[in-house]
Design a protein around this ligand. Sequence first.
Ligand SMILES: *[C@@H]1O[C@H](CO)[C@@H](O)[C@H](O)[C@H]1NC(C)=O
Ligand SMILES: *[C@@H]1O[C@H](CO)[C@@H](O)[C@H](O)[C@H]1NC(C)=O
Length: 357
Amino acid sequence: MPFINYASIYSLLVITILRVYTCEAIVKFNVTVSAFFAFGDSILDSGNNNNQLTLLRCNFPPYGRDFMGGKATGRYCNGKNPADILVEKLGLKEVLPAYLDPNIQSKDLLTGVNFASGGAGYDSLTSEKVSAIPLTKQLRMFEEYMGKVKEFVGEEAARKITANSVSMVSASSNDIANTYFLNSFRPEFNISGYTDLLAASASDFLDGLYNRGARKIGVFGAPPLGCLPIIRTFKGAEHRSCVTNLNEAAQLFNSKLKVVLHNLKAKYPDSRIVLIDDYTIVNDMIQAPETYGFEVSDKGCCGTGTFEVGIFCNQWTLNSCFDASKYVFWDSYHPTEAAYRVVVDHVYQNIINGLLL
Ligand SMILES: *[C@@H]1O[C@H](CO)[C@@H](O)[C@H](O)[C@H]1NC(C)=O
Ligand SMILES: *[C@@H]1O[C@H](CO)[C@@H](O)[C@H](O)[C@H]1NC(C)=O
């Protein structure tokens, strides 16, 4: 019997695998993109709430109906969300896995994971009220993640992964639409004061992200919240019209977020931070859906489309919507994959210019 040193074969394999995963980062641009991270709310979440004690979950059909294998992963969509579409376009991987996915592999960690949690907001009360993972905890998860990566590839390689990573943040919709307008959980504030609070909290969060090593950060603005199907239903009166004061609140927040990002860029000259201005494109899709190949923009595809979201959009919901790609909205709160693709295509060059060129 020839002597086979399994241990050395094994370590050779491990080294080869690490080479593949750590050195072949994406160099399509003038800088290397090694990993992608997502933070914030259900626009980006890919299943972190699945094992949380929260009602804001969607790891059941018909969610994921058009996802790979038709699987309900916990994404608040019929298919891929913007985090998935972005890692796909950057050439990093097919989808961005949830950090809390129990089946996540060590190699998945190296090219980035998702920390976002449906229901979260810049206002800590927003996350608390629905038991979403607050942004402060998402930062702690990011720290824990970095500890794991260090163990796996060593300190220096781990540092490079973070330094060459791109991070995306989406929050404020739940704050403005749910906490402020639908539930009136912040009666002590008018909208001017409340958007100040959100902007200050966004600034703190981005500070925290920078202090943990992130250097390239894209931040989504608030979409036209007054036109979400559920808001039309509850606040848009008989005709379910778009609700002006919610749209104005979203725009007011966006103008304050712009200032926050400008100040952070000045404070951290080695950072690249970009505002992902999704308001206009989403509003255009809603006002003129046919221009973008959609047929319906005032109702979601799931159920009646007027109120169903989360547990109310389930396998028992009567559904006559067979082609989600004709709809801007999948449920009464979240866009379809088709709509997300229009948005991401629209803002992609701006993201590349702001972060990678
Ligand atoms: C890389 O940078 C150079 C100049 O620094 C520029 O001319 C070139 O267009 C850039 N390449 C890409 C892919 O952006
Ligand atoms: C909002 O509230 C602040 C302080 O509570 C007050 O100074 C301000 O005038 C209010 N703004 C509006 C538009 O009502």
